[in-house]
Design a protein around this ligand. Structure first.
Ligand code: HEM
Length: 204
């Protein structure tokens, strides 16, 4: 049995509800740390950063599913929807932390921040692209939309690029970490452009 076969067997043994059940645990742990002084002197900012970064990592994990199957034979397709839904949950949480804990729902301050820090608008654009994907992440929508569903879900490419760009812009000066994330996103999207090999023609 090859390594991809072993991984695929292990992946098949895990039902998706396990991923949904485990999903809130990192957030719960970070909130606990924040309330108990474990996130340093600026717990809200630290929380915002941890949740934002995890959201981006999950979006990238979702983007990696197709290239992993095609180029490494590792099949995570059955968990792709769960990864996407959990990613959306973390992006939403990231937004709520900013709105409620950071901005205290002060709309004038929120508006001023949007004008001053335009990377927030880029983050918002990414979030907006993810909304239709989250809304249609159910079996009924997959059946109802047919092939349109696949086209619609290509919006995740734009959402990932904007999420990566948001990270690059907010990190002042040249910083390696956001660049690496952006390179991974561009790389994973680029792999989709590699032409598929045609099946060998049967010899006459
Ligand atoms: C929904 C609208 C969004 C708002 C209002 C927002 C807001 C913010 C804010 C205020 C910060 C902290 C910036 C600082 O301290 O200077 C931040 C950081 C971050 N955000 Fe967002 N964001 C949004 C969407 C997103 C999305 C869609 C992603 C990616 C999936 C994302 C990923 C990140 C990352 C990776 C960081 C930096 C984490 C780190 O420094 O380790 N954000 N965001």
């Amino acid at each position: 049995m090859t390594l991809p076969d072993r991984i695929n067997a292990a992946v098949r043994a895990v039902p998706s509800w396990v991923l949904y059940a485990l999903a809130p645990l990192p957030a719960a742990w970070w909130f606990y740390l924040g309330f108990t002084g474990g996130l340093g002197v600026e717990p809200i900012s630290a929380l915002e950063h941890k949740v934002g970064l995890f959201a981006l990592q999950l979006l990238i994990a979702g983007l990696a599913v197709t290239p992993l199957r095609r180029f490494a034979g590792v099949n995570l397709i059955r968990h792709r929807r769960a990864i996407g839904v959990v990613a959306f949950f973390y992006v939403l949480l990231h937004l709520l932390i900013w709105l409620v804990l950071d901005m205290s729902l002060l709309w004038s301050q929120i508006a001023a921040d949007l004008v001053k820090r335009w990377y927030i608008i880029v983050g918002m654009a990414s979030f907006v692209l993810l909304i239709p994907l989250a809304v249609t992440s159910n079996n009924w929508s997959v059946r109802k939309l047919g092939s349109t569903w696949r086209t619609l879900h290509k919006l995740v490419y734009g959402a990932c690029l904007l999420g990566g760009l948001h990270f690059v812009i907010l990190s002042k000066g040249f910083q390696l970490e956001p660049m690496v994330y952006m390179a991974i996103i561009v790389g994973l999207l680029g792999l989709r452009l590699v032409p598929k090999r045609r099946p060998m023609m049967a010899r006459a």
